[in-house]
Ligand binder design. Sequence first.
Ligand SMILES: [Zn+2]
Length: 530
Amino acid sequence: MTRSTFTFKELKRTNHREIKELQDKKFRAFIRYQVWPNHPYYRRLFKEQDIDPFNITCVEDWAKYNIPLVKKREYKDNLRQFVLNPSQVDGKEREPAQIVKNLMTYSKKSGYDDIYKTLRNNGIKTKLKIGPESAMKRIKEKITYQYAPLQFWLSSGRASGLPAPVFLTRHDNDMLYKNCVKVGQMAVDPWVDSGWELVSMNLFPYAPHLGWHAVNLGLKQMSKFYVATSAGGAIPSEKLVEMAGAFKVNGFAGMPSYLRNRFFREMADKKFEAPEKVVLLLAGEKIYEPVVDDMVGTLQEKGAKDVRVVGGYASSESKISFAVQCERHGPYHNVSPLMLAFELVSLNDDGTYDFVGEDESGHMCLFHLDGTGTVFEGFLLGDVASHQERGKCPMCEIDGPFFWDIGRTNDAKAQIEVMGLSEKKIKGATVNLTALRSDLLSLSGVEEVQIEVAKEDMSDPYSMDTLNLYVAPHGSTSADHSSLVREVQKVTKTSTEVTPNVKILGFDELVQKAGGMKFMEIEDIRPRPA
Ligand SMILES: [Zn+2]
């Protein structure tokens, strides 16, 4: 039998061999009957490389046929080519009847029996002229549900113009709904049998990114009561702590730096009674031990006896699902192995790559096994994990694929090799600083600019990131530059989501500050965590 996805209960009782078998089955159906007919980028790639998609039987075959991995740079240059488009094939219009036929085949092969039946029954009605108009309408509704983009997540960074969007359809949205709740279920699993009930608070920033929206959908499904906020965006952190106290919140989800440097700092200074059991779900940034220690310490001081901390791993490109830790020092479990596969690859000097063995580290590589809208196969996420295993987890005993120690490729040179561009993560937003610099230099009032990434408290490597812009204006520095400063702030906020500190300097002063002859256009002076 083929199935579309697992509930959390099913995930817990299925072993890794069955999962791998179902993964490959879904992958085959997806490549042959969804990607090959409808994905402009991979269709062209298969043709150029003379690859028969019907020869691809499992994810590992991607390396066997040496199909190029996709770097972020490549994606940014081909945004539309990555969106499934059933209405065209090789640049020509496709017959509507063929669109329906393709989707019928895909639905049948991938376990979407209800879609298959709807299309088949209404297709027969149309042919036999039994209420053909309403039958046709139902077919159209299914096609729209499957393929019409409904919303987007902004992908990291940007090349030029608008940030790169990753499109989701209604089908994707329904899959996201089913998958995101599993992240929360994993987080609270050991406590559920005792009758413990979650009162949760979403402290992610509100933006068109996966984080806030997925947490919103997931927490709303599984909480007894849910407090939706936008981190410090709409309500000050101090008030959020009051709200948490008033509603007796026992589950907090957010980015580690915001939680540690704002929310829990406010909590530490206040009269606050923490519930006995508290869960923290962290995502969006690398999670450092001292940061977690600080937050757990504050909760314990306020009376918490048992604090569970789990990290989540996702990206805009993973779109509809995640991996999540089963406990603070546990591995990351893929909660939707039938929706997507996280694989580790090693990159060889000759441009080829290999899937690594169970004890090797590798670059994180994403394969979609389901979903519509924007679809990625063999996409390099720019993160490195220490190793991946399939089998029983030593911590939670869930039997499936999981990986350990995920972190970003930070060295700029290594990053350019892996992703084709250099990005920095600032306050959780991934920012392409090269693009920002060229945007700022194109402002008529700006003669030169240096971009500096720093920390709010330079003696504390875990304090909030700040972005400092040193701007040399055209003409005299003694003139009033307040409107230039506002303009620079606006451009920066628009393209990076970060409001910068702007300092006006004379041209000579700026050149000297930025290193004279060895002018450092972009400098990251953040202290490194020990
Ligand atoms: Zn586990």
